[in-house]
Design a binder for this molecule. Structure first.
Ligand code: SF4
Length: 108
């Protein structure tokens, strides 16, 4: 698909966050990281054809920054882990104990 075809295709999408940024990208213009995320989410969500809203994919690295994400900070994704840490008072030296309490949670 050529750039002009991509621009025409995106131009038919709903006028929502990311549309102009995606078109600017197809035009070869430089985007800021924030604009690039909006453009990518606009494309990823099928131009929000099914309606604007949270994509519901918290495993996506862009999710905290997506225009309609319910999570606005990456650390919120780790909220359970943070709560567990403060609730139990576990420090880094007790990694094994924490892993036993929270199987499947990585990063300690
Ligand atoms: S945050 Fe959602 S819409 Fe944006 S790129 Fe990830 S999965 Fe797609």
């Amino acid at each position: 698909m050529t750039a002009s075809e991509l621009i025409a295709q995106a131009g038919k999408g709903k006028a929502l966050p990311g549309k102009n940024e995606l078109i600017r990208h197809y035009q070869g213009k430089r985007l800021t990281p924030s604009q690039a995320i909006k453009a990518y989410c606009y494309d990823c969500s099928g131009y929000y054809d099914g309606g604007a809203g949270d994509c519901g994919v918290p495993t996506c690295p862009l999710y905290p920054y997506a225009p309609y994400s319910n999570v606005k900070a990456p650390k919120e994704l780790l909220a359970d882990k943070s709560k567990a840490k403060s609730r139990t008072g576990v420090k880094k030296r007790n990694i094994d104990r924490l892993n036993a309490l929270l199987p499947g949670v990585e990063g300690y």
